[in-house]
Design a binder for this molecule. Sequence first.
Ligand SMILES: *Cc1c(COP(=O)(O)O)cnc(C)c1O
Length: 376
Amino acid sequence: MSATATDVSQTTDQRVFNFSAGPAAIPLSVLQEVQAEMVCLPGAGASVMELSHRGKIFVDIIQQAEADLRTLLSIPETHEVLFLQGGAALQFSMIPANLLKDSQKTAQYLVTGTWGKKAIGEARKEGEVEATFDGSATNFDRIPAEGDCKISDDAAYLYYCSNETIQGVQFPTPPAAPTSVPLICDASSDFLSRPIDIANHGIVYACAQKNAGPAGLTVVIIRKDLIDRGNENLPGYLLYKNHSAAESMWNTPPTFGVYVLGKIVKWLLNDIGGLDTMAKQNAEKAAMLYEVIDANPDFYKGHAQADCRSKMNVTFNLPSDELLAEFVKEAATHKIENLKGHRSVGGIRASIYNAMPVEGVKTLAKFMTEFAAKNS
Ligand SMILES: *Cc1c(COP(=O)(O)O)cnc(C)c1O
């Protein structure tokens, strides 16, 4: 080993309980597989990053990733899977550019947090939009109540964000849309955390860096009849039909991201045993933290209302800024890292995606109980 190379066993020992909201934790076993293949993918004579996206080796990788994703999510034949770049943010524009622009219709948005607000802001540049629900009056602590929203039969689409990453507000089940209205979901921060009824949606999309891989890849699952709607005059990258016709190779896809996603999907299928099991584990992990919050109501203040608490991002505040700073500092001595909430909500955000081990959540829950007892 050269003098500058890192001792791998040591860097593994240095890993912390990483509660980062995104880019976020990746299963250790997946990282180790990637590490083992980093310099040379078996049989390829090079790393995956050094291979042509049109060569057989990479084409097999992307096709296998899609096939496994279809199995994991039970994606029906009515829907295509596209592997794109530009993050979730580019979908804020691509969706209205393809489905709203020149449609003479209005797109309806359920704005339950920061990401929904950004999405409607971008959509407004493409056509008529309506914030059918806007949770900003209560600083985005809830989802619409049953009967809160009237969805027109003639809407261009109904858009929602299944899990608002910053506020920690999650739809327990998708909102209802008339069958004539495509339901569009930004699932970036709860993608692959639980089953989702793809057949019921026009588009489900997610950037990878929360729960499905490294930054740079966005998965778009789109109903086939929606693919061809974009106007040819749009920039080519923005047209879903270009990506569809070229099987996600209209330009170079994010090859490394697709490769890692493929490994994460296999981990979910083979090691975890599918999304029902994953969802159950995630619910149990989240319950551990919400129980501590509820047991200490004068100390911890949960942000989201109880019926829409996120199982991915647990958001809460402490009695003072001093205690908040102390909490973050002391947590680090237990290897609990990256807890600080987004400035718009304040407080703490513990992101507990699929890759966060139960042990990490237990450690945090125990620390929270002790910290409240000591400082109340
Ligand atoms: C992180 C996130 C985004 C933004 O993703 P980018 O890839 O940075 O564009 C959008 N929506 C949700 C729900 C997110 O969690």
